[in-house]
Design a protein around this ligand. Structure first.
Ligand code: MRU
Length: 347
């Protein structure tokens, strides 16, 4: 049985439409984005999120930027493109896919010196569409590699949302879950709610249930108890940035799960497309960790749940040390420790 996936974005009638994830699961609403500023705000304000999707959206953002540039002069064109890339690069700091996509669009634009403005706009839109399409194949391949590590009746745990709402189609961490369902396997999934933004409750639980996967929602602080009861056979998460030594940034709470998994002897897999791997950084200490607004912690979707002026710390990501990771699973294959040596071999 094939799966009908949610589309987190669509290019239609020369416009980028983004599924507003702030309104999920109650409302499926697509909003048009016609300017680079609108794309910037959609990323920063988390109307869409998830490392690969942020990258794809930024690529379309660069295609939109090209549509607003009116100079036929190539160096003026490139100057403006660089400016817009720097601007989009300010939207969120942790997911390296954003910078990967911006660099790829700039590199493509640089090759177009001799062609007309109209042709540049066309080629850059095509490049964004290629990035988008490549992501579909990447996710399916990650899923096939992951499924080779699993058995038919396993119970998995995942954190945050590394699903079709963070990518295209199969997602990364969710890809083996959808493939297992298509194969008729009896896989069960626990989705952690993922405070404070609730990507697990609002997005993962929603998309897996909608896709016919047997999913159970738990709050984050229940994860260790389930592991102690022997209920979890493997943990699979996505990542925002994997660096040269295998240290991995992902949604806050991921590192605690990896520590628990080590204690309870449960395999901990990280599912990533190769654009999420950043070999320019040696260790996780170099990864910029985004801090988000206090209201995400002190209120619950508009309702105040903590004293108004209380001090708050809200890091959006943490870094899982490489020695807690069993394997990093990419579209190009499964990478085992020592990650320092083996990640390089992918490129
Ligand atoms: O803050 P978010 O929702 O963008 O964080 C998303 C995650 O941490 C995902 O696990 C990660 O981006 C991988 S998505 C395939």
């Amino acid at each position: 049985m094939t799966t009908e996936f949610l589309k987190p974005l669509e290019w239609k009638d020369n416009t980028l439409y983004i599924l507003n994830q702030l309104k999920l699961p109650e409302v499926e609403e697509y909003n048009p984005k016609r300017t680079v500023e609108e794309v910037f705000h959609a990323i920063r304000d988390m109307e869409l999120r998830g490392a690969p999707l942020i990258g794809i959206t930024a690529a379309y953002g660069m295609a939109i930027a090209a549509q607003h540039i009116n100079s036929e002069d190539h160096s003026e064109f490139m100057e403006e493109m660089q400016k817009q890339a720097s601007y989009l690069g300010e939207s969120r700091p942790t997911a390296v896919n954003l910078f990967w996509a911006l660099k790829r669009m700039i590199a493509k634009a640089m090759t177009l010196g001799e062609v007309s403005l109209e042709e540049k706009r066309k080629v850059l839109l095509e490049e964004a569409m290629i990035i988008h399409k490549e992501d579909i194949a990447i996710n399916r391949a990650i899923g096939e590699n992951l499924i080779s590590l699993l058995k038919e009746d396993m119970t998995l745990m995942t954190h945050c949302n590394a699903g079709s709402l963070a990518t295209s189609e199969y997602g990364t961490a969710t890809a083996p879950m959808y493939i297992a369902k298509e194969l008729g396997w009896d896989i069960k999934v626990y989705a952690n709610e993922t405070r404070p933004y609730l990507q697990g409750a609002r997005l993962t639980a929603y998309e897996l249930a909608r896709g016919g996967v047997d999913v159970t929602l738990i709050t984050d602080n229940m994860a260790g108890f389930l592991m102690s009861q022997g209920k979890i056979d493997a943990i699979i998460t996505g990542a925002d940035r994997v660096v040269a030594n295998g240290d991995t940034a992902n949604k806050i709470g991921t590192m605690s799960l990896a520590v628990l998994a080590k204690y309870f002897n449960i395999p901990f897999y990280v599912a990533v497309p190769t654009p999420t791997i950043d070999l320019d950084m040696e260790t996780g200490k170099e990864i910029p960790i985004e801090e988000r607004g206090h209201e995400e912690v002190t209120s619950w979707f508009g309702k105040q749940i903590a004293p108004k002026d209380i001090k708050v710390y809200n890091p959006a990501f943490d870094v899982t040390p490489n020695d807690l990771i069993t394997a990093i699973v990419t579209e190009k294959g499964i990478v085992y420790p020592p990650f320092n040596e083996n990640l390089k071999k992918l490129f």
